[in-house]
Design a protein around this ligand. Structure first.
Ligand SMILES: Cc1ncc(COP(=O)(O)O)c(C=O)c1O
Length: 345
């Protein structure tokens, strides 16, 4: 456990004692929001600021707290590339703002936010407001660090970096001490009780070390392959538009909207063709709900036509070429069915 904590801390850019192991990114996000509100709400205020493109783990939690009357919530919008404006976030901050939560890299469209700029703007407006970033997508792909990002809390999850599912961490700056949401025997320095998931934590430590060691070489390779795939598809598929910020994107994430293709139909055909793709976030893929991220980005009806392809360690140039061909085929099939997938043989 100690060894794994050191490795995770090295990858996350914090001190080992600042790592709180959790059951994953969702619990880490919950601990950040609920724990900070409970610890600091009475003293500093109960106002939360989150962005409209957060993962459900943040957005649903923040909305739930507001609906229950335990917090006041301001949701800050984004532009068509999914970018959050630091000045707009700072403009939403009030004297009673206890926490601002803006993710580092978006899981649906890959846009990387200017978290250091956002944190600086928030702290300039209200030095007591804490800043959390959901960095679940970024582990092993972008440099992390409480100081480098200027944040007080940061969530990560092992399975996004080839570690085991069901383990993650909230990194909380020394002194922040979010109130435990799982209480009991006082494990994790009283911040998260329960016998530790030792096997998961050890796996997380190993995965975090490998991910961090490989990051500087892996990230440019992934960006190159993702750019290649994006170019191939934009040139060959009419009505396909890349989404997210082309200038600041998560290495290895390709995202599009495809006019005339409902996501659920496209995913079903791609699955038959042996391509694992997703539409909205992985957690809700398959469910025909338009992406809240694309909706916030102003895509309107096209928010139901999202396609996301995630590249990883095993992705080669040959695989990218093959996938591009199958996406072309799948789009043609869905369109030929007039929006209903042609029978799959
Ligand atoms: C940005 C983001 N936050 C949070 C989560 C939730 O993490 P976990 O699946 O470990 O609960 C995910 C998972 O997909 C994610 O992409």
């Amino acid at each position: 456990m100690d060894d794994a904590r050191d490795r995770v801390a090295a990858a996350a850019g914090c001190a080992s004692r600042e790592v709180i192991f959790t059951s994953g990114g969702t619990e880490a996000d919950n601990l950040a929001l609920r724990g900070v509100l409970e610890r600091w709400g009475a003293e500093r205020g109960r106002h939360l600021v989150v962005s409209a493109v957060e993962h459900e783990a943040v957005l649903t939690t923040a909305r739930g707290l507001a609906e229950a009357g335990r917090a006041e919530l301001t949701v800050v919008g984004c532009d068509r590339a999914g970018r959050i404006d630091p000045a707009e976030v700072a403009g939403a901050v009030r004297p009673d703002t206890v926490l601002v939560s803006v993710m580092l890299a978006n899981n649906e469209v890959g846009t990387v936010q200017d978290v250091p700029g956002i944190a600086a703007a928030v702290h300039a407006r209200n030095p007591r407001a804490l800043v959390h970033t959901d960095a679940v997508q970024a582990l092993g792909r972008l440099p992390l660090g409480l100081d480098a990002l200027g944040v007080d809390l940061l969530s990560i999850s092992a399975h996004k970096a080839y570690g085991p599912q069901g383990v993650g961490a909230l990194v909380a700056r020394h002194g922040v001490f979010p109130a435990a949401q799982v209480t009991g025997g006082g494990q994790e320095r009283g911040r998260r009780s329960g016998t530790e998931n030792v096997a998961g934590v050890v796996g997380f430590g190993a995965a975090a070390e490998v991910a961090e060691r490989r990051r500087e070489t892996a990230a440019p390779e992934l960006s190159h392959l993702a750019g290649w795939l994006t170019d191939l598809l934009t040139e060959s598929v009419r009505g396909l538009e890349p989404t997210g910020d082309p200038a600041a994107r998560l290495p290895g994430l390709c995202s599009f909207v495809v006019s005339g293709c409902r996501s659920e139909l496209l995913l079903a055909v791609l699955d038959e063709l042996g391509v694992s793709a997703s539409a909205g976030s992985a957690c809700s893929s398959g469910a025909p709900v338009p992406s809240h991220v694309l909706t916030a980005m102003g895509f309107g009806d096209l928010a139901g036509s999202a396609l996301r392809l995630s590249l990883g360690r095993s992705t080669t140039q040959a695989l990218v070429d093959a996938v591009a061909g199958r996406v072309q085929m799948a789009v043609a099939r869905v369109r030929a069915g007039g929006g209903i997938a042609a029978p799959i043989r």
